[in-house]
Design a protein around this ligand. Structure first.
Ligand code: SF4
Length: 187
């Protein structure tokens, strides 16, 4: 029987560890897709991308890298939704849409995302957005709550000395993480 194929949107190498393992256990043939123009500045994007490339080589996972990395252009499409939860929802939607479109182009059965690993993201909202994108593109979304593998991914990424970022991706999330750090240091 032909194995099911899946294109996994990858946000960073540590978050790739558990979904890749799980999807392979479920007998999916997995390819990765890196499309994250939300990551600022460019140097940070390059660090995460380099680590994803190294990890995908080590785990023998075919990776596709979208060439469009212009964060200004990416955020210009937000139509004013630059604050509050809608900012992240739009960010997830645009990245998942691009992933599903690429899956369709290369004739892959399903798409999913490593964003479902993080306990800091709203997994149910990501699921809803994935399902919306599936309806728009005709490519099935594989939803799975990967957050049970978060701690394991942290341990492995430490053991393997992987680059682990301190903030989600955009400049605003960097500022928020800095403010939270300052607050913590004061207490
Ligand atoms: S905080 Fe993360 S998900 Fe939200 S807009 Fe910024 S990069 Fe995107």
């Amino acid at each position: 029987m032909k194995r099911k194929t899946i294109l996994l949107h990858v946000c960073c190498a540590p978050c790739m560890i558990f979904p890749l393992e799980q999807l392979r256990v479920r007998n999916f043939e997995v390819g990765g897709f890196f499309y994250n123009p939300n990551i600022q500045p460019k140097e940070e994007l390059l660090k995460r991308k380099t680590n994803v490339l190294a990890y995908s080589n080590r785990t023998d996972c075919a990776m596709f890298f979208d060439k469009n990395e212009d964060s200004e252009q990416f955020f210009a499409a937000f139509e004013g939704k630059l604050d509050g939860p809608e900012r992240c929802h739009t960010c997830w939607y645009l990245r998942l849409k691009k992933t599903a479109e690429h899956a369709k182009k290369i004739n892959v059965d399903y798409f999913s995302t490593t964003l479902l690993v993080s306990p800091y993201q709203d997994g149910e909202k990501i699921r809803d957005i994935g399902q919306k994108v599936a309806g728009e593109t005709g490519v099935d979304f594989h939803y799975e709550n990967f957050s049970s593998g978060y701690q394991r991914a942290v341990q492995i990424s430490r053991l393997e000395d992987m680059y682990r970022q301190k903030y989600c991706g955009c400049n605003l999330s960097f500022e928020q993480s800095q403010a939270a750090k300052k607050k913590k240091n004061k207490t």
